[in-house]
Ligand binder design. Structure first.
Ligand code: DUC
Ligand code: ZN
Ligand code: ZN
Length: 500
């Protein structure tokens, strides 16, 4: 028995939640926030450890609910370059304390539970941060649909993702309807990758017939209308199944954004996510000479500056509830399993259709957005921590600073102006990927400390990563508790085809 009153105190910080900014000291007992006290009142408390925030902001730990780690090669021939170990190490160095990653079900695998078990095996004892899984449904056959109940009631998996593109994953509209119907019955939240796969395959063939293979043609194969069409279709399918809640992931296009806003204004349970690549990159990054543009090949592709502005507005006005990383990394200079697998004698600047889709960003998400100064800090916390926690059934243990209730997951930032501007280089980052698309950007702030369940796991000035890869825990998630989503569904009643 030791005689400390608190395990940790953070004194002299400015606490920010999704609703409030105020100076408080934070007292931690065990893994939970014990209470918030008047600023400075705990500066000499009897605590095992006291952190002086020196006037810096203190935010809830980041919650990133769109992360791909160790996924088998679903996009072309590549293999994701981050394992659970390296991806979550990168997460905590960037202030993220909880992720929800994907458990992919390949088309040849009839069982979702099997896919889940295999993903558990990859993550177990290999995660620096807390984690959960979304099922990535590639084969919604009878067996998979019959397992929804077990997923949500026994496995703590309350969300899934479906794709409207990629041969390996694309679902037909009738399959999407079957998934939405089962998801509605079991209160599972469905994420949708909305791009029209058939149209983009046709456009790709057109480009290839003209010998247009370079990375920049990736964006020609996926023009904005293709995202807007699929978004509209996903919204229509959701409304057909008595307004089953869906979330459009990684939205990049103003047309899609307008359609989402319209559906939301009509009272439909349509939610949306965007990502840093649609706020900080543009099409010109894809158009860099030679193969360089491959570093920014992700889907949908980064758009133009005017689209970026619309997406920023959508984050501010609530069209987008969440801002996730969509961390999906592939090494650049790697002809075995990275971006360069598509380069050969016939295609010296590569072949865009074979470039693995995805970019790294789990560590840079919070620093880029926090430093941009483009969001009120309460909005920053809302879209990067609180809303993802609510949408994916992690709240209020995650995503807030509620005494006695919330886990002591915190980020302590440098006091404004105290950190000389950081020039971002890949060598600073903790992932296992050989580049960052944000190389050379100037960043004004960075997480100084990251704290997970009361333990300091990242101290930028004294040792960097301080924890072990076994400290992260699997979190069983309940149903979404965002804006009474499922109560509203309850009131609407179950789907009845005869009522259509
Ligand atoms: N979709 C994702 O969600 N991540 C990476 C690539 C993709 O198409
Ligand atoms: Zn996607
Ligand atoms: Zn993704």
């Amino acid at each position: 028995m030791d005689s400390f009153e608190y395990d940790l105190v953070v004194t002299n910080g400015i606490c920010v939640t999704a609703t409030d900014i105020a100076t408080y000291d934070v007292a931690v007992k065990g893994e939970k926030i014990a209470f918030l006290a008047p600023s400075g009142s705990l500066a000499t408390a009897n605590a095992r450890r006291i952190i002086n925030a020196e006037g810096g902001y203190v935010t809830p730990g980041g919650v990133d609910c769109h992360v791909h780690l160790e996924e088998p090669a679903l996009f072309g021939r590549g293999t994701s370059s981050d394992t659970y170990e390296t991806g979550t190490r990168s997460a905590i160095a960037g202030g993220c304390t909880t992720i929800v990653a994907f458990a992919p079900q390949p088309k040849h695998q009839p069982s979702l539970l099997k896919a889940l078990e295999e993903t558990h095996a990859r993550a177990r004892s290999n995660s620096y941060c807390d984690y959960g899984f979304h099922l990535l449904v590639g084969n919604p056959g009878e067996q998979a649909l019959s397992e929804f109940e077990t997923l949500v009631n026994h496995e703590g998996v309350s969300s899934l993702k479906i794709y409207m593109t990629y041969a390996a994953l694309q679902l037909r509209d009738d399959q999407i309807l079957s998934v939405l119907l089962k998801a509605r019955q079991h209160r599972i939240f469905t994420m949708v990758h909305a791009e029209n796969g058939d149209v983009l395959n046709w456009l790709t063939d057109q480009l290839e017939s003209k010998k247009l293979f370079a990375p920049k043609y990736h964006s020609h194969s996926r023009p904005p209308v293709l995202e807007a069409e699929a978004t509209n279709r996903a919204i229509a399918l959701s409304s057909l199944i008595s307004n089953t809640p869906i979330l459009l992931v990684h939205v990049s296009d103003p047309g899609a954004t307008r359609r989402i806003r319209e559906a939301q204004s009509a009272g439909q349970p349509i939610f949306a996510e965007t990502c840093p690549q649609y706020l900080f990159l543009t099409r010109s990054d894809l158009e860099k000479p030679g193969f360089e543009g491959a570093k920014c090949v992700c889907s949908p592709p980064p758009r133009d500056k005017a689209s970026q502005d619309v997406i920023w507005t959508g984050v501010r006005n609530g069209t987008f509830s969440v801002l996730s990383s969509d961390h999906c990394p592939f090494n650049y200079d790697d002809a075995q399993s990275g971006k360069m697998t598509c380069i050969n004698h016939e295609h010296p600047v590569g072949r865009f259709k074979e470039i693995p889709n995805g970019i790294p960003g789990i560590e840079t998400r919070l620093p880029l957005v926090f430093s941009s100064g483009k969001l009120a800090l309460t909005k920053f916390v809302e879209v990067t921590s609180t809303n993802p926690a609510k949408l994916y059934g992690l709240y209020p243990a995650k995503g807030s600073l509620i005494p006695g209730v919330s886990d002591a997951d915190l980020v302590v930032w440098y006091p404004d102006g105290n950190l000389p501007n950081v020039t971002l280089t890949n060598s600073m980052l903790h992932h296992a990927t050989d580049y960052t698309p944000y190389e050379g950007r100037t960043i004004a702030n960075w997480p100084r400390y990251t704290i997970l369940r009361g333990r300091i796991i990242w101290d930028r000035d004294n040792g960097g990563v301080l924890s072990e890869k076994s400290f992260g825990r699997f979190v069983k998630r309940g149903p979404s508790n965002f804006e009474n989503m499922w109560e509203v569904v309850e009131e609407q009643g179950e789907f009845d085809v005869a009522a259509l």
